[in-house]
Design a binder for this molecule. Structure first.
Ligand SMILES: *C1O[C@H](CO)[C@@H](O)[C@H](O)[C@H]1NC(C)=O
Ligand SMILES: *[C@@H]1O[C@H](CO)[C@@H](O)[C@H](O)[C@H]1NC(C)=O
Ligand SMILES: *[C@@H]1O[C@H](CO)[C@@H](O)[C@H](O)[C@H]1NC(C)=O
Length: 264
């Protein structure tokens, strides 16, 4: 999960601004694998909408689409533009991480950090006083290695990740836990989280030290970004002089709450 997010964040660096004038980028991914209808995307909340993915054939290096994606990809641009003529539609190309040598190092460091984690971790934490697995560390590392801040967009995740606590009484951030909870591998869309919180009448906690929301339910611990975390992250991106933000993935929002919070 974390490696996927990082890869997507890296992919998002491929933005180019067509004019010298810097505009605040409010980008979001729509993935063909989601069942969310393209006409329902609120394009007005974004400057860029990115259709995912085209792939590269490893043997002849040509771009290709999966046949089942073709009809979506061919209509994506005109459909999102009909709701907001100013939005820039983009096609995202899935690249293997192998060739980004420097990035690969950072990627490996993250993976090592994750693999050695025996406690739940707020996978999208902006800060983490006790480890380097956090967004702020990653951004500072990029800038230190020579990437201008104004070429970076901050990745925002519209999903959370669930863990099973070893002891449900020990449930703060960093509590001992094993991966997976509630469903499958533990990954939950923000929309599913909101419905879950509502049906069990749970109030999530916002922790401003880490910039993460979480809730516990029995022995389940779920970390995610609610509107507070999203607002704080967008404020951070502006403070750092970044180019904007990039959402993975737009259909996981709940009533557009996160996109509205981010866009303010
Ligand atoms: C990526 O490209 C570099 C040179 O440009 C090459 O040495 C390296 O083997 C490539 N890595 C992979 C995983 O293909
Ligand atoms: C990739 O390229 C090879 C060689 O041209 C071709 O045989 C193969 O069908 C291609 N695969 C895809 C998925 O396009
Ligand atoms: C956030 O959680 C950490 C770890 O439990 C705790 O030390 C810290 O005080 C919390 N921050 C806030 C603002 O509550």
């Amino acid at each position: 999960m974390t490696t996927t997010i990082l890869l997507l964040t890296l992919l998002s660096l491929h933005f180019s601004t067509s004019t010298t004038q810097q505009t605040w980028i409010k980008a979001g991914y729509w993935f063909t694998g989601s069942s969310f209808p393209i006409p329902n995307i609120k394009s007005g909340l974004f400057t860029h909408l990115i259709c995912a993915f085209a792939y590269i054939n490893a043997s002849n290096h040509e771009l290709f689409l999966f046949q089942s994606d073709e009809s979506y990809i061919s209509t994506f641009a005109s459909t999102v533009k009909s709701n907001n003529p100013k939005v820039t539609p983009l096609l995202s190309i899935w690249t293997e991480n192998g060739n980004m040598t420097n990035l690969g190092t950072l990627f490996d460091e993250w993976r090592v950090a994750i693999d050695s984690e025996l406690k739940e971790s707020a996978h999208t934490a902006l800060y983490d006083p006790s480890s380097r697995v956090n967004t702020d560390y990653g951004i500072n590392e990029w800038v230190k290695r020579g990437l201008p801040a104004n070429k970076l967009v901050l990745g925002l995740a519209y999903h959370g990740y669930g863990w099973t606590l070893l002891d449900h009484n020990v449930n703060g951030i960093g509590a001992p836990a094993k991966t997976g909870s509630i469903i499958g591998d533990g990954s939950l869309s923000y929309d599913a989280i909101r419905k879950y919180l509502r049906s069990y009448n749970i109030d999530p906690v916002y922790n401003s030290t880490y910039v993460i929301n979480y809730f516990t339910f029995g022995s389940s611990w779920v970390g995610f970004d609610d509107v507070e975390s999203i607002r704080a992250k967008v404020a951070y991106a502006k403070e750092k002089g970044l180019l904007g933000y990039n959402v993975w993935q737009v259909p996981n929002d709940h009533n557009w709450d996160l996109s509205k919070a981010a866009g303010r």
